[in-house]
Design a protein around this ligand. Structure first.
Ligand code: CO
Length: 508
C-alpha cells in the first residue's frame, strides 16, 4: 500500500432515508425506525440521513404519518449524532419550484425540529435554484452542504465541476457533496474531481454519494478517499447495494487498517445488521428482486437503471417493445439537443419520453411534449450546455426563454393558501400544516382527515408498543427467521462473512 498520512473517513448512514427510498419506495414506517435510533446514535457515524427527499411526501401519502413529527422523534432519540437531509433547492421536498417564502418557512421549521446538515441540490446544477435555500440554512445557523449533481457529457468537465464547487463555496457551503445519483462515476474520475476540488478549496470538506447501480461505487469510494475526500454515504446491507448505496458494514470493513480507517468498531454493528435484516422481511412485497442487483447498462449507454425500466414499460404500453434499440440510440441525441441535462428526475423522464416520441410518432420532434417546451422556456433552470436552435424554434415558436430565476415568477404562496388549507383540515394557525398543504395540496387534506380520526396519544402509544414488540421479536427470532426465509437479503453476500474472514486473516 502507498504510504499515506492518516485521514479517517466519516460515514453518513442513509438507511433511514435514501436506503428505503431506493429499495422500497420510501415506505419505511416509524414503528420500525424507532427501535434502532438509540443504537444508531451510538455508532459514531459522521451523520445520519433520515429526512427529506421523498420521505415528506411518502409519510403523508402512504404512511399516514406526520413528517414533522418523524423528525422531532428521531432528533429526540439521537441526541449525539448530526442529522442530515436532502433538500431539492427551490423544489424543497416536492416536484416543482416553490416561492421563496415556502423555502424559508420549511428550512426554519426543519432547523427548529433538529435538522443539522442540509444537502442542497438542483438537478441542473443551476445555483440560482439553490441560492434561497443557502440563505435560509445560514440564517438558521445550520450546516449548508452544496451539491454537485454528477453526470457525464461533453459539457460536464472537471473544470466546470470545479468552477461549480467554487460557486457553491461562494454561496456559503460548509461542505461539498458529489452526488452520483446514477451510480456512474468511474473511480479514476472521482479521484480527479475530488483532487481538483481540494486543490481549489483546500479547507472544504468533500462528501461522496454514489449509488451502487453499476457496481463501481465501493471502488469509487476508495479512490475518493485516496484523493482526500472526507465522508462517504452508505446504507446498512439489508437496504444497501443494488439501486441503493454501498453497504455501511462493507465500506467500514474496506477502510479497516488503512489510513482511512473510520474508527468504527465493525463487531459493534452486528445487532443493527441483524435488526435491519429481519426488518426488511416485513417489506418483502415492496422490494423488487431486480433492484437489489447490479445493472451494468449504465456503463454501456449512460442510461440510469430507473430511466431504462420506465422507457421499457412505456414502449410495452405502446406495443412497440421491438423499437427499444432505436429509442436507446435516440436518447443521447435528445439529450444533446437539450444541452445535456443530467439524467435524473425530472429530466430523465423528459428526455426518455421525448426520445420515445421521436421514434414512435414518425419523425423527430413531430410531437413535442409539454415538459420539453417548459424545459426550453427555462422553467426548470438553465440548461447546462447549448440547446439546439432548431429544436428551440420548433418548441417555442418564436417565444423567448425566460432569463430570470424560475422562482422569480412565483408570488409568495403560504398566506395565500391559509384559508384553503384550513378549510381542508389544516390546524388553524399551524405553520407545519400550512407548509405541508402548500407543498402537497392533493395529498395533505387526506392526511389531515385521517390524523383527526386518530387521537395523537393513542397513535403514539400504539407505535411504541408495536416497536417494542417488533424489536423483541426480532432479537429472539432473528436466527430462526433468517434460516426459514429464503429472501434475497439472506442469499446476498453477507458483509459479516467478509468481516469475519478478514479478522481470521489478521487483516481487520
Ligand atoms: Co441518492
Amino acid at each position: 500500500m502507498i504510504q499515506q498520512t492518516r485521514h479517517p473517513i466519516g460515514i453518513t448512514d442513509v438507511t433511514l432515508r435514501d436506503g428505503h427510498q431506493s429499495l422500497m419506495a420510501t415506505r419505511l414506517r416509524m414503528e420500525h425506525i424507532l427501535p434502532v435510533l438509540e443504537k444508531m446514535d451510538k455508532v459514531g457515524f459522521h451523520s445520519l440521513e433520515v429526512w427529506g427527499g421523498a420521505t415528506f411526501d411518502s409519510c403523508m401519502r402512504f404512511l399516514n404519518e406526520d413528517p414533522w413529527e418523524r423528525l422531532r422523534i428521531i432528533r429526540k432519540h439521537c441526541p449525539n449524532t448530526k442529522l442530515q437531509m436532502l433538500l431539492r433547492g427551490q423544489n424543497v421536498v416536492g416536484y416543482r419550484n416553490y416561492a421563496d417564502d415556502v423555502v424559508d418557512a420549511f428550512v426554519e421549521k426543519g432547523s427548529e425540529y433538529g435538522m443539522d446538515i442540509w444537502r442542497i441540490f438542483d438537478a441542473l446544477n443551476d445555483t440560482r435554484n439553490m441560492r434561497r435555500s443557502f440563505l435560509a440554512v445560514k440564517k438558521a445557523g445550520k450546516h449548508a452542504q452544496g451539491t454537485i449533481s454528477y453526470t457525464t457529457s461533453p459539457v460536464h468537465t472537471i473544470e466546470k465541476f470545479t468552477a461549480l464547487a467554487r460557486e457553491l463555496a461562494d454561496l456559503g457551503s460548509d461542505s461539498i457533496c458529489i452526488k452520483d445519483m446514477a451510480g456512474q462515476i468511474f473511480p479514476r474520475d472521482v479521484f480527479d474531481l475530488v483532487k481538483a476540488i481540494k486543490d481549489a478549496l483546500p479547507d472544504m470538506p468533500v462528501q461522496i454519494h454514489s449509488h451502487s447501480f453499476s457496481g463501481m461505487a465501493p471502488v469509487a469510494y476508495y479512490a475518493a478517499a485516496e484523493a482526500g475526500a472526507d465522508v462517504v454515504d452508505c446504507s446498512f446491507s439489508a437496504l444497501g447495494w443494488g439501486t441503493s448505496l454501498p453497504p455501511t458494514e462493507s465500506i467500514i470493513g474496506a477502510f479497516k487498517g488503512t489510513p482511512f480507517d473510520t474508527g468504527i468498531d465493525i463487531a459493534g454493528l452486528q445487532e443493527l445488521t441483524d435488526y435491519f435484516d429481519d426488518m426488511v422481511i416485513e417489506y418483502k412485497d415492496i422490494i423488487q428482486a431486480k433492484s437489489l442487483r447490479i445493472d451494468p447498462r449504465i456503463l454501456m449507454h449512460q442510461i440510469p437503471g430507473g430511466m431504462f425500466s420506465n422507457m421499457l414499460s412505456q414502449l410495452k404500453e405502446m406495443g412497440a417493445s421491438d423499437r427499444l434499440d432505436e429509442v436507446l440510440k435516440e436518447v443521447p441525441r435528445v439529450r444533446e439537443d437539450l444541452g445535456y441535462p443530467p439524467l435524473v428526475t425530472p429530466t430523465s423522464q423528459i428526455v426518455g419520453t421525448q426520445a420515445t416520441m421521436n421514434i414512435i410518432m414518425g419523425g423527430r420532434y413531430k410531437n413535442i411534449i409539454k415538459e420539453v417546451v417548459n424545459y426550453l422556456k427555462g422553467m426548470y433552470g438553465r440548461p447546462p450546455g447549448e440547446v439546439n436552435p432548431e429544436v428551440l424554434e420548433l418548441a417555442l415558436k418564436g417565444e423567448k426563454p425566460i432569463d430570470c430565476r424560475p422562482a422569480d415568477m412565483i408570488e409568495p404562496e403560504l398566506e395565500k393558501n391559509r384559508a384553503e388549507a384550513e378549510a381542508k383540515g389544516a390546524r388553524p394557525g399551524d405553520m407545519d400544516d400550512l407548509i405541508a398543504y402548500t407543498l402537497f395540496p392533493q395529498v395533505a387534506p387526506d392526511f389531515f382527515k385521517k390524523r383527526e380520526q386518530q387521537s395523537k396519544e393513542a397513535e403514539h402509544a400504539q407505535v411504541v408498543a408495536a416497536a417494542v414488540g417488533a424489536y423483541q421479536n426480532a432479537l429472539h427470532k432473528s436466527a430462526a427467521r433468517r434460516a426459514a426465509n429464503g429472501t434475497a437479503a439472506a442469499v446476498a453476500a453477507s458483509p459479516w462473512a467478509t468481516a469475519g474472514r478478514m479478522q481470521n486473516m489478521g487483516m481487520a
